[in-house]
Unconditional design. Structure first.
Length: 510
């Protein structure tokens, strides 16, 4: 039998693999859940603040340590899946994710919550690259694979917006820990169904898993993100400088080490491909805009406009609808027009929607906010789905895990940076607000930690004084949100221009 005939048979078998769409539904369930967990805390923040009483800094860490850890470990876990088997890693990760969710739900202090969220990030890092790599091996036909990646991308993008809806429903009926306990039945389904339906796949000649590289990637990513977070919050400080130096040094060492290893964790030569690098950059900044916006609008809807948690979650639903719709048709549109027009157009749409939010005030009507969220969802759905397809199609099948990890690292790093950078701008502007006269110093101190803290601290004051304090705090929060939206808009629009040039000539497989 000739090599060509063997390839043809393999191709037909891949296209006709029974149960592949059902297997896909299980895989996207995992993606949806990990994405939901990244944003569900936005609505739970006021309840966490009241119960655990975290400081402003602790609150930011609770919000973004999950994404930091995932981003730091994704490349390592993607490479591990290539070596030990992606299905095996997925099932181990799903079991761990369920177990740690219980610990997170019953956290009794800010420190315990931060540690639990970090452990949840470790488990989440095993799930994300495995799902996309398994799709690469489930679907051998390029058009089927594009649709499968579209569904995957839609769930990944929509998860950020669905989180507040799920969280809102649970928070109106149960305590804040319930937003984590929903992980248990979902992960149980994933393990039981996935064990039967998902085929195993791995690199047949993987080489050893390099532990020093694992440590360097983790230290490097967390160091750089921490430095950005500190710089945005407090300006140039010793901590920010130390984080930047350690992070950059670790990442530089990581890159140099990958170039010398016979079986690297990540093949750095992939980045010589202009389309691959452009897709990764677009990935990162698309999600930066989406996650940052969703995280802070959750608080705006509740703490500024006074909506109940479920109502606030439903208010963000247009972003999910836009992301799902765009994700499902992104492959077709990119083939009809071009990859660069779809990606650059998606990035520009997110940027313009953020620019509109620079006009935000406490009384902005929902039609404007809903329209902005819909545009953000559509833009993110188009851009993220097509870039994931470009990244995955650029590498041989046996490197699918490592390539998926690059795409996922961009996603999670974007989520972390969106909350860290935009959040630090919001927090920095917020903390500078002037406390109305007659407010006790301990109340003023609590009010300056966070908007949730201000609302809670006002409870013990006279009605007129409490109203003045909350109004002043809300105004400062909205000021910060406007500035953060402007910064996000500038970054996204600049990236749209860069993507137009970087993705020139890039095409999806026919």
């Amino acid at each position: 039998m000739t090599t060509d005939s063997i390839r043809t048979e393999s191709h037909i078998e891949g296209v006709r693999r029974p149960g592949r769409w059902l297997a896909l539904s299980v895989l996207v369930l995992a993606v949806l859940l990990v994405a939901v967990d990244a944003t569900v805390l936005g609505l739970a923040t006021p309840f966490l603040t009241e119960d655990l009483k975290p400081s402003g800094t602790q609150l930011l860490w609770i919000g973004d340590v999950y994404s930091f850890v995932i981003a730091g470990l994704l490349v390592s876990m993607g490479s591990l899946g290539d070596r030990i088997g992606r299905k095996k890693l997925l099932l181990i990760g799903a079991t761990a994710f369920g177990a740690v969710s219980v610990l997170t739900a019953y956290a009794t202090s800010p420190e315990m919550m931060i540690v639990a969220r970090a452990l949840l990030g470790v488990a989440g890092a095993t799930l994300m690259p495995s799902t996309l790599a398994l799709i690469r091996n489930l679907f051998h036909d390029a058009r089927e694979r594009s649709l499968a990646i579209g569904i995957w991308g839609a769930m990944a993008s929509a998860g950020a917006a669905v989180g507040p809806v799920v969280g809102g429903f649970l928070l109106e009926h149960f305590w804040w820990g319930s937003v984590f306990l929903i992980n248990l039945p979902v992960m149980a389904v994933l393990v039981l169904v996935g064990a039967k339906l998902i085929p195993e796949s791995k690199n047949p000649n993987p080489g050893p898993w390099d532990l020093p590289s694992v440590a360097l990637s983790l230290v490097g990513v967390i160091g750089v993100v921490y430095a950005v977070k500190e710089l945005a919050s407090h300006g140039p400080t010793l901590d920010a400088g130390a984080g930047a130096v350690i992070g950059v040094a670790a990442l530089t060492w990581f890159v140099r080490r990958q170039l010398t290893l016979p079986a690297p964790l990540l093949d750095m030569h992939l980045f010589r491909h202009r389309g691959f690098s452009g897709a990764v950059l677009a990935d990162l900044l698309t999600i930066l805009g989406l996650s940052g916006l969703v995280f802070f609008l959750s608080q705006f809807f509740q703490l500024v406009q006074g909506r109940q948690p479920l109502e606030a979650g439903l208010a963000e639903l247009p972003a999910a609808i836009g992301a799902v719709t765009a994700g499902l048709v992104a492959g077709v549109v990119a083939r009809r027009f071009s990859v660069r027009s779809v990606v650059a157009g998606g990035l520009a749409a997110v940027g313009l929607a953020l620019a509109v939010l620079t006009t935000l005030d406490q009384h902005t009507g929902y039609p404007l906010l809903g329209a902005a969220l819909l545009v953000v969802g559509v833009g993110a759905g188009f851009s993220f789905t097509v870039t994931a397809d470009v990244i995955l199609s650029s590498v041989p099948k046996e490197q699918a895990g490592a390539a998926s990890a690059v795409s996922e690292t961009a996603y999670e790093l974007g989520a972390a940076l969106g909350i860290a950078i935009l959040g630090s701008i919001v927090t920095g502007v917020y903390q500078s607000f002037t406390t109305p006269a007659g407010i006790p110093s301990d109340v003023a101190s609590a009010a300056h930690e966070s908007l949730g803290g201000a609302v809670e601290a006002s409870g013990g004051l006279a009605p007129e004084t409490a109203t003045a304090l909350v109004a002043s705090a809300q105004e400062a929060f909205v000021d910060g949100l406007r500035i953060a939206s402007g910064v996000g808009a500038a970054v996204l629009l600049a990236t749209a221009v860069a993507a137009w040039f970087l993705l020139r000539g890039q095409k999806l497989e026919k």
